[in-house]
Design a binder for this molecule. Structure first.
Ligand code: AP5
Length: 215
């Protein structure tokens, strides 16, 4: 099972990626989480990525593609990919890397949601610094404020969730990432998932979409 999730910031890709990876028993690979871990650890990669992320810009294709291709080799049995590809050159690089490994992509899910809903969601988002699960102070509060329900880790607010940065990330999404829909539609891999509703219901829709494309 090799599935890519695309959609605007705040569409719920990270939330659903954890749930799909658990359901299909495959690894979750999130390029956003990988970059944030590197930024926190102040690695050379993190130092390169930091300014782009803080500004809501995409990290350059060559940096993210090299990081991602190395990661693919760690999980030959399948993955849910959250946050990659985000540009046509990234999609082409992924296609080439998977073809070389004779492990083609199975499905691409596009999470569809109005921009204004995502802005509201991101304003209340809190992310676990340990397991990277996301919660929401308004929409999906944890049992104990500031503490992750999944692992007990500390929750933090992302620097790029300020409204003006979120709006810029949305512009970048519409400009650079939306063209991927046509790219994957032409390859027969794309399914659209309505990303408005209860988390559990959206998971059911996403699982049904993956199964639909595999039959
Ligand atoms: P990344 O971390 O990938 O951010 P993103 O794509 O902008 O997506 P988000 O994580 O903001 O949102 P999400 O869709 O995962 O929503 P979530 O589930 O958290 O990337 C960050 C940065 O890294 C980029 O800007 C870029 O700089 C860099 N980067 C990463 N990959 C790159 C690449 N390939 N190329 C170049 N640069 C790259 O949910 C959001 C909130 O809503 C949460 O609070 C959640 O609890 C809540 N929520 C979720 N579902 C529901 C629901 N159904 N109902 C109510 N609330 C919900």
């Amino acid at each position: 099972m090799r599935t890519v999730l695309i959609g605007p910031p705040g569409a719920g890709k990270g939330t659903q990626a954890h749930r799909l990876a658990d359901y299909f028993d495959v690894r979750l690979i999130s390029t956003g989480d990988m970059f944030r871990r590197n930024v926190r650890a102040e690695t050379p990669l993190g130092l390169k990525a930091k300014s782009y992320m803080e500004a809501g810009e995409l990290v350059p294709d060559d940096i993210v593609t090299e990081m991602l291709v190395q990661e693919l080799d760690r999980y030959p049995n399948g993955f849910v990919l959250d946050g990659f590809p985000r540009t046509i050159p990234q999609a082409q690089a992924l296609e080439t890397a998977l073809a070389e490994r004779r492990r083609p992509l199975g499905a691409v899910l596009k999470f569809a949601i109005p921009d204004e809903v995502t802005v509201a969601r991101l304003a209340g988002r809190r992310t676990c610094t340990h397991c990277e699960r996301t919660f929401n102070v308004e929409l999906k509060p944890t049992k104990v404020p500031g503490v992750c329900d999944n692992c007990g880790g500390e929750l933090m607010q992302r620097d790029d969730d300020r409204e003006e940065i979120v709006r810029h990330r949305l512009d970048v999404y519409h400009r650079d990432t939306e063209p991927l829909q046509k790219y994957y539609w032409e390859r027969g891999l794309l399914r659209e998932v309505d990303a408005v509703g209860e988390v559990e219901e959206i998971t059911r829709r996403a699982i049904a979409a993956v199964k639909d494309i595999r039959t």
